[in-house]
Design a protein around this ligand. Sequence first.
Ligand SMILES: Cc1cc2nc3c(=O)[nH]c(=O)nc-3n(C[C@H](O)[C@H](O)[C@H](O)COP(=O)(O)OP(=O)(O)OC[C@H]3O[C@@H](n4cnc5c(N)ncnc54)[C@H](O)[C@@H]3O)c2cc1C
Length: 400
Amino acid sequence: MSATEQELNDFRAEVSAWMKDNKPADPGFLLPQTFMEVGDEQQLEFLREWQHKVWSAGYLGMAWPKEYGGGGVDAKYQRIADQEMRRHGVPICFNVIGLGWAGPLINDIGTEAEKARYLRGILSAEDIWCQGFSEPDHGSDLGSARTRAVRDGDEYVINGQKIWTTMGNFAKYMILLARTNPDTERKYDGLSYFLSPMDVPGIETRPIRKITGEYGFTETFFTDARIPADCLMGEEGQGWRIAMQTLQYERGAEAGAAGGLAMVRVTIDDMISQLGDLTRDGAPVLKDPAVRDRLVELIMEEKALSLGDRRAHIAPLCSDYPGSLPLSHKLRATEMTRRMRQFAISLQGAEGGLYVGDPQARQGGFWQRAYFNSFSATIGGGTSQVQANIVAEHVLGLPK
Ligand SMILES: Cc1cc2nc3c(=O)[nH]c(=O)nc-3n(C[C@H](O)[C@H](O)[C@H](O)COP(=O)(O)OP(=O)(O)OC[C@H]3O[C@@H](n4cnc5c(N)ncnc54)[C@H](O)[C@@H]3O)c2cc1C
């Protein structure tokens, strides 16, 4: 039986009260703005504790099966919990590769043994997950991945290199795409998919520094790393299909995520309230007609995105192009976020050049850092150009 409006309202009030009472105090060190910038143990442990607390309170994985640590209730409840997390500005639930893509994948196509083994640890934040898809020469062109997995008795031996592995240095498990057969006619048919442990000899990670000065991803090297053969998901040669399914979660076209905030969300209202007192030539910047013009465009874009997001959850309103809204949402939302943050810097005039750590920087340099970080989401999970190709081909039916 579906929940009544009254039940959902009561639930919203309950979550809101919980978030208000349990929102952690400022830890006194810089927290990452997204799950892609978790750079040190201090941040990691803080976020791990927070995610564990949210899950223990029953506000994470609400729609996942009860027997694997989920709540077993309608996904509507999770959406409400997420909205309240956002409204209260609580920290992120950082184990996103588990919560958002490995978990839904295991839920949908995993065996009972895989579900029992992995899902609870994802939710509780005990087991951090990373994704080993991209290689130094094969990011967008993922089908050409060359990391090798060779069967040897009860094990696979892995050799090769992955790159841009978000949280690679903290992860216990990796969703790994590797080549089990280099001789297939179609390159895609030689790939296999593994739920691989990271704590085996022969796997080494080296953190990569970002434009913000922060860390968050790694180079990941495999040198004769032996993983149990039962880490193979599905059959050998099915890796491409499973990887594409994973990307459907990552790009928002397929639902199933456990919930929680993946990034600190900042809205145009936040920008106005934080930067609205700026002046230029003695007058408020926000009174400048050119600035207002730009601001209204951004407000309209933000509103359209949020309405599109709501529409995506109402099946009869999406029957014309199923999947079109989530697929285009990633492209439009990440690009709009980047432009909005760039605008926030331009409002600051010369001060916009100050960065985190400079005592003169507005809001501690929050917007500058947010702008640099906003490039991550326009690249990770498929660049904007690749995403535009996908929308063109799969939604609009244009030729390749
Ligand atoms: C913050 C961050 C976190 C990441 N985390 C992970 C992770 O955890 N695991 C993981 O496996 N990967 C991760 N990635 C890697 C990401 O998936 C790749 O960077 C992305 O797929 C692009 O691949 P590439 O970097 O090799 O760029 P390339 O594929 O070399 O692309 C270079 C440029 O060419 C353009 N281009 C390429 N092909 C086409 C095409 N067909 N049509 C039009 N333009 C094209 C691209 O848009 C881009 O501008 C992460 C990346 C970032 C930035």
